[in-house]
Design a protein around this ligand. Sequence first.
Ligand SMILES: [Zn+2]
Length: 149
Amino acid sequence: MTTRHLSEEDLQQVALEPAASAPILVDHLQVCSHCRVRLRNYQLLFTQLKAIPQPTLDVDLASLVLAKIDPPKAARLESDWFDYRFGLGLAAGLGSVLYCIGKTLWLTLMAGSPMVVGLMLTTVVIVFGFLLLDQRRSHQRRMKTLSLY
Ligand SMILES: [Zn+2]
C-alpha cells in the first residue's frame, strides 16, 4: 500500500478502468477517505460526460465539402503532345545550329574524305540518339514522380 495520496492520473485511471487498476492503488483507496472522495468526483464527472448527447449538425457536412472539391483528373500515361513539342524544339535548335555554321560545316565536310565524313555523321547521329533517349526517360521519370493519381 502506498502512503502518499494518489495522483490525478491514477485516480482518472481507476475511475475509467477499475478492473485494470494496479492493486497498490486499490489498496490505498480502501484505507484513504480523501482519495475515495476524489475518486468519486472523477466517477461523477465521467458519468456526466458520458450522459451528454453527441453534438450533431443540421447540415450534411460531407456533401458540402465534397461539392467544393474538384474531381480528380485522369492522369495521362504517355504524353504524345510532349513528344511532338520536343521534336519541334529539337528540329528548331538543330536548324538554328546548321543555319549558323552550315557553310563552314559544309566546306569542312567537302574537304574531308568520304570515309571520315561518314564516321563523323554516324557518330553524331548515335550520340544525338542516345541524348534523345536519355532526355525522354528523364522526362517520363519526372512525370511519374509528379503523378498524384
Ligand atoms: Zn489518499
